[in-house]
Design a protein around this ligand. Structure first.
Ligand code: GLN
Length: 535
């Protein structure tokens, strides 16, 4: 068996430089040369996973097929590499400590004092190697969250230091920093980068490659200066300039030679390797950037102040728009602010409306108003998770006439519990938790819009919710024109609803956005955008 190579991506100077995008871009470039690649993320925070985090803290919570609530960078990995990630692809400090403490309680350490080095670092190294030891990957790219110098990331950096020592050429370290431009002096400044590399060196790590984020081109002489001060070859100092879209970054990094330098440093002979095959990727980027006509989509949700809160949805919409030769104009609208008086003004000019997922009461009424508007005015409308649940409640209130219709999440005492905690859910839970998490199979009704969209009867989609459509109302809904077109076969739980006499009105209990990728845009989003641009 060939040995797995491990590449680490660390960050310095500032957070939010796009380490995830650089890691995913390198993954894409190596994959395009035929390597089997996966990306992994370590998060230095103490939460066991981001499942309990408010989206305002770290953006959306991504869900893997095996039901892991993960950092949103895993979404970038899946979208860029067109692969599935799993629980092992995202580890937090909390999980590392939890594992070590569980072992301690079991007596696994045989009376020894349990310490950060070696016990925590050993557990980190074990988790890094879990993916490599599977024998499924030639390269594992591990992104270390946070910024070098943070107290929390020290054990991770120390583990990388030890691994570099153990693995030699099979290990590569890429450090991403920021080169600010001082407008008054009209100069790019490398000092923060020098300091950041010094800090890494103090922790025993010599980076092999430096990627410098900047808003302006970094000239050769400046790169040479960085190389000299940081003990890195000048060819291994490269820039990453702000790109028009994140999907340009792999192409930009290819121009900088990131893949070539990385492969050479890991001992590969470039003359024996194929050039990257990026045809499909380039075709997508050109479509996306070449589109001139706009599709106007409104996303109605409660976390709209932070773009990252709906990252996978906006990316999925972007993929679908590009393949329809449209430029996506996504207007994120705070549902709390929508009222019957202003709904026409807020949504009147939109080609399509998406009702977002969410938890809790805030902003529900605005969602109902938006839904009623979309339903009565034949505006294409997609409801995701809580979005589908609100679709059903709005229908029950305004079409079936149940004024107090609600979800028991919002009103535990409602007499018309259209959405509720259902026993059927408990019977099919994957991991024995209280939430339906990860991929579940769904059977589509022949002749329905859903069936036509997917082009097949059996699908599998990812879930993240506690509440379900109440089957008690199914017949009444269907008689009134709201069809339950997707069911979980083992339980009969309703996964998809659609309005028969509407241009495009579909609600899904699952999250299709998690599985839309650049080369595989999701059929639901593609169909939604097609309906939006159809005159
Ligand atoms: N709050 C709803 C539930 O738990 C929906 C969750 C979501 O939109 N992800 O069922």
């Amino acid at each position: 068996m060939k040995e797995t190579k491990y590449i680490f991506v660390t960050g310095g100077v500032s957070s939010s430089l796009g380490k995830g995008i650089i890691a995913a871009s390198l993954g894409k470039l190596l994959q395009a040369r035929g390597f089997r690649v996966t990306n992994q993320k370590f998060d230095p925070y103490i939460n066991i996973d981001p499942g309990t985090l408010n989206p305002y803290e770290h953006g959306e919570c991504y869900v893997t097929v095996d039901g892991h609530e993960a950092d949103l960078d895993l979404g970038h990995y899946e979208r860029f590499l067109n692969i599935e990630t799993h629980r092992a692809n995202n580890i937090t400090t909390g999980r590392i400590y939890q594992n070590v403490i569980n072992k301690e309680r079991r007596g696994d350490f045989l009376g020894k004092t349990v310490q950060v080095i070696p016990h925590i670092t050993d557990e980190i190294k074990r988790n890094i190697k879990i993916l490599g030891n599977k024998g499924e990957y030639d390269v594992v790219i591990t992104e270390i969250g946070g910024t070098v110098g943070d107290i929390e990331s020290l054990p991770f950096i120390e583990s990388v230091r030890q691994l570099k020592w153990e693995l030699g050429k099979n290990c590569l370290i890429i450090h991403l920093t920021y080169v600010p431009f001082l407008a008054a002096a009209k100069e790019l400044k490398t000092k923060p980068t020098q300091h950041s590399v010094k800090m890494l060196q103090e922790q025993g790590i010599q980076p092999d490659i430096l990627v410098l984020r900047a808003e302006h081109d970094i000239p050769m002489d400046l790169r040479k200066k960085v190389a000299l001060f940081c003990n890195v070859e000048p060819t291994a100092v490269m820039q990453s300039i702000d790109a028009s879209t994140i999907y340009r970054v792999p192409l930009n990094m290819q121009k900088e030679g990131l893949d070539k330098v990385a492969l050479t440093k890991m001992g590969y002979d470039l003359t024996k390797l194929p050039e990257p095959d990026l045809d499909k990727w380039i075709e997508f980027v050109e479509k996306m950037e070449g589109a001139t006509e706009v599709v106007n989509v409104a996303l109605v949700g409660k976390y709209v102040q932070l773009q990252d809160a709906y990252k996978s949805i906006s990316e999925a919409l972007m993929h679908a728009s590009a393949y329809s030769n449209r430029k996506l104009k996504l207007d994120m609208i705070l549902s709390d602010k929508i009222t019957p008086e202003n709904v026409e003004q807020k949504l009147g000019k939109k080609d399509a409306i998406l009702i977002a997922p969410g938890f809790g009461q805030r902003g529900m009424e605005g969602k109902f108003t938006a839904l009623r508007y979309a339903r009565e005015n034949n505006v294409p409308c997609l409801g995701i998770c809580m979005g589908m649940q609100t679709m059903c409640i709005e229908f029950a209130r305004n079409v079936l006439g149940y004024e107090d219709a609600n979800s028991t999440e919002i009103d535990p005492n409602t007499t018309h519990n259209i959405v509720d905690i259902m026993d059927e859910q408990k019977n099919i839970l994957n991991l024995g938790g209280s939430m339906r998490l990860g991929a579940y199979k769904c059977k589509l009704k022949k002749g329905s819009r859903a069936y036509q969209i997917y082009g097949k009867e059996n699908i599998s989609e990812r879930h993240r919710h506690r509440f379900e459509f109440n089957n008690k109302y199914k017949e009444e809904f269907e008689n009134a024109g709201m069809i339950c077109s997707g069911l979980n076969e083992e339980s009969d739980l309703v996964e998809i609803v659609e309005l028969k006499s509407h241009k495009w009105f579909v609600g899904v209990q699952f999250h299709p956005e998690y599985s839309s990728t650049v080369v595989n845009p999701h059929p639901l989003f593609c169909s939604f955008i097609k309906a939006a641009i159809e005159k």
